[in-house]
Structure formats: structure tokens, C-alpha cells
Design a protein around this ligand. Structure first.
Ligand code: ADP
Ligand code: NA
Length: 330
């Protein structure tokens, strides 16, 4: 049987992915390559719905793609590309916009939240039609499965409605995608505030580990992580969130289980745990960092890889778009 098609988009992130993105999402995307037909798209068309600096967007798009490649996204098994390189996304979005009700689009809570936050001045029509573009992203590849968090659930519902509506009006064209919650993956917390998840939008960088950070900074941040006044190394999310987070990071980084780690560190101090963890994290991310910088230092090679990804994506996307154009009378 053919492998299920999984579509996943990621925003070009400012400079570096953090350990939460890596252990919580990217590691999963790498392992999915063994069982599904993955389409991974750096969604730069979506990124311009908020005001952007052109040079910064260009740079972050490349850096994001480079980190995915460096972390193990393999162009033989995955389709990895930049959204604006495949014009069919914009073209299908236009068509889908013509079967989307204005009232239906107006009910999207993410638009309501964002437009309230940005104010009328910064709210553009692109932000309003963002979910229609997202529907195009997914439907172009006849995706079976789309990993979704809570914030994207309503957009996926719209995608399903648009696919079904198009199919009933113009004939079977689109696969109706299912949402799925990615199977239990690590959730990483801020090293300084271990009850909040590690996030690029954290107030301070002190609790953040970025894939592209210098190993010395990684080591320093892990050694300065918040713990507690006890000395015992044991997992207890409620009473010992800092230590529990360090154990979680250790387990996700090395594949050792929490109980193995608890036994290995029985009678040892937080300093021992942090020193060993820093070494393990540095060992895990250093090759990704080096490979990312190699790719960024050779723009021609990175462009070649991304062009190859875009060609692969475009072939599939254009086949769907040709059917759509035919069905609607073009
Ligand atoms: P951020 O929260 O830093 O803005 P994004 O929202 O861009 O990160 O998330 C990109 C991906 O990384 C998503 O799949 C998200 O679930 C995952 N992710 C982000 N932060 C964490 C975290 N702290 N732990 C686990 N996964 C995370
Ligand atoms: Na976020």
C-alpha cells in the first residue's frame, strides 16, 4: 500500500531552532520518513502576513531549511521545499478563496485574535485569507494526515470543508485530510522558568538552548538551569520542575529512560547531572550546528537542494492544480 502523505508546514523562524523545536517536533519528522510520504514546507508566503524585513526573511528561510536538512530531513525520502518556490500554492489558494464564504472565513478565531492584537492598521487581507492558503498547501499534495496542535484545528476543519465542497460541486478531486496529534513526544521547558515551555518568544534567552548556539553557551545555560533546594535527583514534575525538565531533556537527547537516569545519578549532585547533560546535548547538537553552517556557507549547494525539493513538490502540486483547472472550466 502507498504510504500516507503527511503535510507539515513550518514558519521560517528568526535565527535558530531551539531544543524544544528539535526534540519536540523535528526528531519526530525525521523518524516519520521511515513510514510516511512527508511533505515539509517552509511557509514563507504565510510569513509575510505580518510585516517582515526582506533581508531577515530571506536569511531565516534559508536557515530554517538548512537546519531541517542538517537534522536529518533526507531529500530522497522527504519533499522539503520553500512555499514561494512552488507557485501552485498561490494559484490554488485563489480558486479555494472563491468557494470560501466570507462569513465562514470571518469565524476563524485565530484571525479574530490576531487582528485584535495587531489593530486595524496592521491587519491585512492576507492575514484574513491565511487559512485558505493553508488549505491549498495541504490539498495540493492530496495529504492524508496533517499534524495539528489546538491552534490549527479550526483551520484544518475549514480545509476539510473546502475539499468536500469542491468535490461535491466539481467532482472528486481532493483527498479529505485527517488531523492527528503527533504521538507522545518530548515537551521541553524553559531552563530558568521550568513551568513554561521553552519558546523563541520567551522574555529572556537565559532559559533557551538553540541548535546554533556555541557549545560554551549551551554548557553555561545548562549549568545555570534552575533546580531546587533539595539534593535528590528524581523525577517529580510538580515538586521538582527544574530537575524533572533536565531529566526529560537528558532522556530525549540520549534515549536513556528516566528511571535509568534516576538510578545512575542516585547519591550524585545536581552539578554532576548538569555537567553530563551539557556534554550529551552538545554532542547531539554539535553535528547539526556544523552541518547547518556548512550548508549556509555554500549558498549554491543549498539553493541546489532547495530547487530539487521545489521541483519534486511542483510536479505533484501541478498535477493537482491541472485537475482543478480542468474541473472548474479553465
Ligand atoms: P515556539 O513556541 O518557540 O514559537 P513554534 O510554535 O514555532 O515554537 O513551534 C514549532 C514546532 O516546535 C511545533 O511543532 C511545536 O509543537 C514544537 N515545539 C515548540 N516548542 C516546544 C517545546 N518547548 N517542547 C516541545 N515541542 C515544542
Ligand atoms: Na509559537
Amino acid at each position: 500500500a502507498p504510504r500516507p502523505v503527511v503535510f507539515s508546514g513550518m514558519q521560517p523562524s528568526s535565527d535558530s531552532l531551539h531544543l524544544g523545536n528539535y526534540l519536540g517536533a523535528l526528531v519526530n519528522w525525521v523518524s516519520l520518513q521511515d513510514t510516511v510520504d512527508p511533505i515539509y514546507c517552509v511557509v514563507d508566503l504565510h510569513a509575510i502576513t505580518v510585516s517582515q524585513d526582506p533581508a531577515a526573511l530571506r536569511e531565516s528561510t534559508r536557515r530554517t531549511a538548512a537546519q531541517y536538512l542538517a537534522a536529518g530531513i533526507d531529500l530522497e525520502r522527504s519533499t522539503l521545499f520553500v512555499q514561494s518556490h512552488v507557485p501552485a500554492h498561490s494559484e490554488l489558494a485563489w480558486v479555494l478563496g472563491t468557494i470560501t464564504g466570507f462569513g465562514e472565513a470571518s469565524r476563524m478565531t485565530q484571525f479574530k485574535d490576531k487582528s485584535a492584537r495587531y489593530g486595524a492598521e496592521s491587519t491585512n487581507v492576507g492575514l484574513f485569507t491565511y487559512p485558505v492558503l493553508m488549505a491549498a498547501d495541504i490539498l495540493l499534495y492530496q495529504a492524508d494526515l496533517v499534524p495539528v496542535g489546538d491552534d490549527q484545528r479550526q483551520h484544518l476543519e475549514l480545509t476539510r470543508d473546502l475539499a468536500a465542497r469542491f468535490n461535491s460541486r466539481f467532482g472528486e478531486t481532493f483527498t479529505i485530510p485527517e488531523g492527528y496529534i503527533p504521538k507522545e513526544s518530548a515537551r521541553i521547558y524553559d531552563l530558568q522558568d521550568p513551568t513554561s515551555k521553552m519558546s523563541k518568544s520567551a522574555a529572556s534567552d537565559a532559559g533557551l538552548i538553540r541548535l546554533l548556539d556555541d557549545p560554551k553557551i549551551i554548557t553555561k545555560r545548562i549549568k545555570s538551569a534552575v533546580t531546587d533546594a533539595e539534593r535528590e535527583i528524581r523525577f517529580d514534575r510538580e515538586a521538582k520542575p527544574g530537575v524533572s525538565n533536565l531529566l526529560d531533556v537528558f532522556a530525549a537527547t540520549t534515549g536513556r529512560t528516566i528511571s535509568e537516569l534516576e538510578s545512575a545519578y542516585a547519591g550524585k549532585g545536581y552539578g554532576d547531572l548538569k555537567g553530563d547533560l551539557a556534554e550529551a546535548v552538545v554532542e547531539r547538537v554539535a553535528p547539526i550546528r556544523e552541518r547547518t553552517f556548512e550548508l549556509l556557507d555554500d549558498p549554491a549547494e543549498l539553493d541546489r537542494l532547495l530547487a530539487r525539493g521545489a521541483d519534486k513538490a511542483a510536479e505533484r502540486a501541478e498535477a493537482t492544480l491541472a485537475t482543478v483547472y480542468d474541473r472548474i472550466g479553465f
